[in-house]
Design a protein around this ligand. Structure first.
Ligand SMILES: [Zn+2]
Length: 420
C-alpha cells in the first residue's frame, strides 16, 4: 500500500502551496465549479474533530477501535453465530493457492462462481437485477470523488438520481461531497471502509469495515445506510451473514462496464464504450423485458464520470426507466431513519423526486454524533487529509478532474479476470 503515502505527501504539498480552502456547507461545496479549487483539501470541523473515533483513512479496519462500546456490543451480539467459513486469499485480492470447489460452491462465493443465492439458510439473496422491466437500477461505486460536481450537476439537470456506493474513508475525507448526494436525492449505500477483498478479512475486520462505513455516512449525512456493495463483488456467506446482522442488503450486478479499467490501461476507452454498447444491445434484443438490469459503473475518475454522462442519453433511449436501486425495489425507506422517504417506483417514473429528508447542518452533525455514538473526540491532528484527491488535470470537457490512482486500482487488477 504505497499509494496512500504518496497521496498524503501530495496533499501536504498541495495544501502548502494553495492554502486551505474555505467551505463550510454542502451548498458551498456544490457551488464550486473550478476543478482546481474543487479538489483542494479542506477541513470540515464537525467531522475533523471526530476522526479519532474512526479507523485510519484508507487502512484496513482490522479491529473495532478501543473504547468503542457501541461497536463492541453489536459485534458481541452475533459473533458466536458467524458461519465458520475460513477467509480466502489476501486483502489485496490474491487468491492464488486458494483451494475451493467452485462447482459445489459451498460458501456461495461470488468471486469463484458468481453465486448470488446463499447456501446458508436465513440469508437474503443478493440483489443482482431489479424487478421492474426495461429498467436500470442506476448506481456508481467508489465515491464520493472530490471532482464530482459537474457529474452531479449533469444528473440533476436530467432530474436523475442514482445509488451511490460510497467508500467510508472517502466519506470522512470528503464530507460535503457526501452530503451533496443526500441533498440531490441520491441513495447512499456503503462500499466498505478501505476497499479490500472482504472474503479475505477476519470476522472482526469484516464487521469493522462495514460498521465504520455505516457510521461515517451517519455522521456526515445524518442517515444510516441499509445496503452495501462488496468491492470486486467479493462476497460469500460469511460476509453476507455479517452484513445482514448490520441491516445491510447486498447489492451486486450482472453487467460490468469495466469503466474502472481504462485508468490502468487494461481496457481502452473504445473498449469501455463497446461494453456499454453491448449492454444496450442486450436491452434492444429484449433481455430486460421481464426484469431490469444493474450495470457496474464508477464515480472513480474523470473518465468514468464523463463516460457515464456520454452514455446517459443512450441508456435513456433504450430503457424505459432509469432509477436508483432502492426505487426499482419499491424500497421507500432507504435508511434506518424513518423521516427520509423515497418515492415508490410508480411515483418516481411519474416525476416525483421530492423526499422529506433534511440535510444536516454543521451544528446538527456535531449534535448527532455526540448523542448517538461513543468515542473520544480530539483536536484535528492535521490540516491536510491523506486521501483527498490531489492531482488536478484540467482539461476541456464536462468533467475536468482527474484522480491519482487509489489502492483500488491495484486490487482491481488482481480480481479483474473474474469480472464479467
Ligand atoms: Zn469499488
Amino acid at each position: 500500500m504505497h499509494l496512500p503515502t504518496s497521496l498524503f505527501l501530495l496533499g501536504l504539498t498541495a495544501a502548502a502551496v494553495r492554502g486551505q480552502v474555505t467551505r463550510t456547507s454542502e451548498k458551498d461545496e456544490a457551488a464550486i465549479h473550478d476543478p482546481d479549487t474543487e479538489c483542494q483539501p479542506y477541513v470540515y470541523p464537525p467531522v475533523e474533530k471526530l476522526k479519532s473515533s474512526f479507523p485510519a483513512i484508507w487502512e484496513y479496519a482490522s479491529k473495532i477501535l478501543p473504547n468503542d462500546s457501541a461497536a463492541q456490543a453489536k459485534y458481541a451480539s452475533f459473533k458466536d453465530s458467524i458461519p465458520n467459513i475460513a477467509p480466502k486469499g489476501t486483502l489485496s485480492g490474491d487468491i492464488t493457492g486458494v483451494k475451493y470447489d467452485s462447482n459445489a460452491d459451498p460458501d456461495c462465493w461470488w468471486t469463484g462462481s458468481l453465486c448470488v443465492t446463499p447456501k446458508l439458510a436465513g440469508l437474503k439473496p443478493d440483489i443482482a437485477d431489479v424487478p421492474e422491466p426495461k429498467t436500470i437500477g442506476y448506481g456508481f461505486d467508489d465515491g464520493p470523488h472530490c471532482g464530482h460536481n459537474v457529474f452531479y450537476d449533469y444528473l440533476s439537470s436530467k432530474n436523475q438520481t442514482a445509488t451511490m456506493f460510497y467508500i467510508g474513508s472517502n466519506v470522512l475525507s470528503l464530507p460535503l461531497e457526501a452530503q451533496r448526494a443526500v441533498a440531490d436525492g441520491h441513495e447512499i449505500c456503503v462500499h466498505t471502509w478501505s476497499h479490500n477483498a472482504m472474503t479475505a478479512t477476519s470476522d472482526e475486520g469484516a464487521f469493522a469495515e462495514l460498521w465504520y462505513s455505516i457510521q461515517a455516512v451517519k455522521l456526515v449525512t445524518g442517515y444510516t445506510p441499509t445496503c452495501w456493495r462488496p468491492p470486486f463483488g467479493d462476497v460469500d456467506d460469511r460476509i453476507r451473514y455479517i452484513a445482514q446482522q448490520l441491516n445491510l442488503e447486498t447489492i451486486i450486478w450482472k453487467f460490468d462496464s469495466n469503466d474502472w479499467a481504462q485508468a490502468d490501461g487494461t481496457q481502452s476507452a473504445a473498449q469501455v464504450q463497446q461494453n456499454y454498447d453491448s449492454f444496450m444491445d442486450k436491452a434492444k434484443q429484449g433481455q430486460f423485458d421481464q426484469r431490469g438490469a444493474i450495470i457496474l459503473t464508477h464515480e472513480l475518475n474523470n473518465f468514468t464520470m464523463q463516460t457515464a454522462i456520454n452514455n446517459y442519453p443512450k441508456l435513456a433511449a433504450v430503457f424505459d426507466h432509469i432509477v436508483p436501486v432502492a426505487v426499482a425495489q419499491n424500497k421507500t425507506q432507504p435508511y434506518v431513519e424513518a423521516d427520509y422517504q423515497f418515492p415508490s417506483f410508480a411515483e418516481y417514473v411519474s416525476g416525483t423526486r421530492q423526499t422529506n429528508g433534511t440535510i444536516l447542518t454543521s451544528a446538527s452533525v456535531s449534535a448527532s454524533k455526540s448523542s448517538s455514538q461513543t468515542g473520544s473526540a480530539s483536536a484535528p491532528s492535521s490540516s491536510s487529509d491523506p486521501s483527498v484527491i490531489n492531482k488536478q488535470n484540467a482539461q476541456s470537457g464536462a468533467v475536468t478532474n482527474s484522480v491519482t490512482l487509489t489502492p483500488l486500482a491495484s486490487l482491481v487488477l488482481a480480481f479483474g479476470f473474474f469480472w464479467l
